[in-house]
Design a protein around this ligand. Sequence first.
Ligand code: UT7
Length: 320
Amino acid sequence: MKQIRAAIKGTGSALPRNKVSNAQLAMRVDTSDEWITERTGIKFRHIAEDDETTSSLAADAAKEALKSANMAASDIDLIIVATATPDQTFPATATIVQNIIGANGGVAFDVAAVCSGFLYAFSVAESMIRAGSATNALVIGSETFSRILDWEDRTTCVLFGDGAGAVVLCADDSGKGALATKLHADGAHNQLLYVDGGPSTTGTVGKLRMKGREVFRHAVVNLTNVLLETLESAGVVPSDVDWVVPHQANARIIDGTAKKLKLPIDKVIKTVDQHANTSAASVPLALDVAIRDGRIKEGDILVLEAMGGGFTWGASVVQY
Ligand code: UT7
């Protein structure tokens, strides 16, 4: 019997209308284009307006992904939304998206693993597909981090942006699809990247707080280790990799990790300059950009990776 894997059949993304440059930010925050570009590689970020929410961006990205997969919403039996900025504490944003796109009746839930959320959601979806409990899944990363930023804190507010990316994952027996996925978490580092509020503690939404330098240090080490672990599990050596699609937090983290793995930097998809750090949305957003511009082609070996608050981190090796 042929092995069932979860294969990527379509991708889509959505960005808020308002694109904000570093120079525009420098008019309201004590910062400069020079500092942001040099330390992070970020040039622009999209900021949601009042009518743009995590669910509306997620639904727009999902519709694009369905279109590219040539599938209808009624074909979908699983929706997972990875987000740290849900529309409401409950219901799950995935159920709101399900209702907007008209995929009612299947399974729908959210996953909270912050910037690694897409990798966590992807892993759950591909496991459910392999186990036979889902056939066609929408895995979405969607965030409106602008709503949890402290706009008085220049050390964090310049780093993040809003957006959504979606992937249609389908049961497939052709040999392509997710070859190996590895996830990790270490709650000992909760206080290096967190939100200082919540329904069960302060009763408020809270604002993002980060000790950036320490997060940076852990990111390169954790990502390098999980990439090696996942490649080995997939039976893939770094020279077999066609494209790395990393979490887009900081160009220096992306370059540092590629260097440690001896991966040529021109094999790494970078959108951090245009989108900044969109948390759970960043990997599917970058994936969609590189598929649509023709860099990623059918049959390519991809490596997806992310690290974020918790800490959480993970990677997946996928044949597209
Ligand atoms: O997605 C989840 C994972 N998150 C990340 O991966 C983020 C990881 N961290 C980073 O990307 C980097 O640590 C940052 C970009 C956040 C900061 O870069 P850094 O090179 O580690 O800078 P730093 O925090 O050590 O700050 C250096 C200086 C400080 O000034 P002094 O104390 O040296 O005088 C800051 O006050 O830069 C100053 N600074 C700024 N200056 C202008 C901090 N933020 C800004 C700013 N504009 N926006």
